[in-house]
Design a protein around this ligand. Structure first.
Ligand code: SAH
Length: 236
């Protein structure tokens, strides 16, 4: 009898897990259609990555029911996982899927947070994602989650992203998901010739500008992609 109850319990948990995953897949499809495509972001590869990546696994348990809603969510330590549309847009501005060398691109992210943006990059890349987080607890748990979900080409480091990741530089792409009040010089130095950086810059908690910066013949070309609000870029 005891074994029968155990068996039934086991069976019903698998069943409810499968139906939950189905429900989340539907919510993801809806998120892509209603929040991203409807705003005119039509980059197919990015949309596919957003539809595949289980965002609900990157938010704290108590926010799971809001994981696919049209806004950022708290992830602890005063930080947030960005709004899905912003993740899609920044990823699109990085131009990861155009003409790419066979070995793939090397991407640096500053602000690992939940690890969600890194997972989206990993889905899209043949190359490698290096990501730096200043809050140790967040970095450690993101690294653990990314490993558990089998995102093999992501490496997480705890530290101040202001200085980039010298040992792994230069990078084809750099994405910054917190806003400094000026452009960190070490990051532009670590950007490869022909590379692209996407970064919000502006005062903390106030109106900031999202920049797409291209390095061409050693010069930086700035494209203003509009206003945004990100959590501040912290310094140790
Ligand atoms: N990309 C994240 C967004 C997290 S919010 C996601 O997908 O969830 C931005 C993150 O940047 C926060 O976790 C914050 O702790 C981190 N951060 C702020 N200043 C930093 C710095 N100087 N170096 C590295 N990470 C920083």
């Amino acid at each position: 009898m005891k074994y029968l109850i155990l068996f039934l319990f086991f069976f019903s948990s698998i069943f409810s897990f499968a139906s939950d995953e189905k429900k989340f897949a539907l919510l993801r499809k809806k998120m892509v259609e209603e929040q991203i495509l409807s705003r005119g972001m039509e980059d197919k590869k990015v949309l596919e990555a957003m539809e595949r990546t289980p965002r609900h696994k990157f938010v704290p348990e108590r926010y799971i029911s809001q994981a696919y809603k049209d806004h950022p969510l708290p992830i602890g330590y005063g930080q947030t996982i960005s709004q899905p549309y912003m993740v899609a847009l920044m990823t699109h501005y990085l131009k990861l899927t155009g003409e790419v060398p066979p070995s793939g691109l090397k991407v640096l992210e500053i602000g690992t947070g939940s690890g969600y943006q890194a997972a989206i990059l990993s889905e899209l890349l043949k190359g490698k994602v290096y990501t730096i987080e200043i809050i140790e607890e967040l970095g450690v748990s993101a690294a653990r989650l990314l490993r558990a979900l089998n995102y093999k080409n992501v490496e997480v480091k705890i530290g101040d992203g202001y200085f980039g990741w010298k040992e792994k530089a230069p990078f084809d792409r750099i994405i910054v998901t917190c806003a400094p009040d000026h452009l960190p010089a070490p990051l532009t130095e670590q950007l490869k010739e022909g590379g692209i950086m996407v970064i919000p810059v502006g005062p903390p908690g106030s109106y900031q500008t999202l920049w797409q910066i291209e390095k061409k013949e050693g010069k930086l070309i700035f494209n203003n992609m509009g206003g945004c609000i990100f959590v501040p870029f912290r310094r140790k």
